[in-house]
Design a protein around this ligand. Structure first.
Ligand code: SF4
Ligand code: SF4
Length: 231
């Protein structure tokens, strides 16, 4: 049985604190055969739910790329900081009800790929897949989440909890956004050919470019060119 009252309270709280979207994926989402990421239940044994929280990122951060890489990186970090504060308050609220909660690190934190597995460059779970399962959006050829309301111009974080929260009935979205097959702009713009038409991402090329060539500043060109601000 799910805790509907807590689910509603967490959603209200998230919006009051400044989140632009929130969704919930349950434990079984990460047991599907199409999921190739790490499992959050390997971190929290009794995990029942993953809460995905997100904010949209101001348009100016993208429009000013590539010259404004410093501003872009700083704006992303501000979004991450905002989400951490919201997530912290939600985690405390969950624990007031007697459950357990912890906040999963974002891959693109100020520590770069610090939290990711050094070989696969994958985090402890895919926020993007969790968000897909929660009905927030689907994937683009840029391997980012294309959200319904803000396209790929978002930042997300996730809370792992053993609280059994409500997952909404949602329309099944295709895994990859339909618009991508006629576009491919993100593949063309990538300076290091990290994205391919076959849908592969070479994470190491992207990481090498940002953390070595750009000295830790973020690139963001595959988001800037994406025409999907919403769908
Ligand atoms: S962030 Fe830049 S380097 Fe990485 S995939 Fe996108 S365009 Fe390529
Ligand atoms: S730039 Fe084009 S191909 Fe790439 S994610 Fe956006 S819509 Fe899809």
């Amino acid at each position: 049985m799910t805790d509907s009252n807590l689910t509603e309270a967490l959603k209200d709280m998230a919006f009051e604190l400044g989140a632009d979207f929130i969704g919930i994926a349950d434990r079984s989402s990460f047991e599907k055969s199409e999921y190739t990421g790490n499992k959050p239940q390997d971190v929290m044994k009794d995990l029942q739910s993953v809460i995905i929280l997100g904010v949209s990122v101001p348009r100016g951060a993208f429009e000013t790329l590539p010259k404004g890489r410093g501003e872009y990186t700083n704006t992303l970090m501000a979004a991450t900081a905002t989400l951490r504060i919201i997530a912290f308050q939600l985690a405390k609220r969950i624990e007031k009800e007697g459950y357990m909660a912890t906040i999963a690190p974002s891959e693109g934190s100020e520590y770069g790929y610090w939290y990711a597995d050094r070989e696969t460059l994958k985090g402890d779970l895919s926020f993007k897949y969790a968000a897909y399962q929660a009905g927030i959006g689907n994937f683009g050829m840029n391997h980012l989440l294309i959200t319904k309301d803000f396209g790929p111009k978002v930042r997300m974080t996730g809370i792992l909890t053993d609280a059994p929260l409500d997952t909404e009935e949602k329309a099944e979205l295709p895994l990859v956004n339909d618009a991508c097959s006629k576009c491919l702009k993100c593949i063309d713009i990538c300076p290091v050919d990290a994205l391919t038409e076959e849908g592969v991402i070479h994470r190491e090329k992207c990481a090498e470019y940002m953390f070595n060539e750009l000295g830790g500043l973020r690139c963001g060109l595959c988001i800037k060119v994406c025409p999907l601000n919403q769908f």
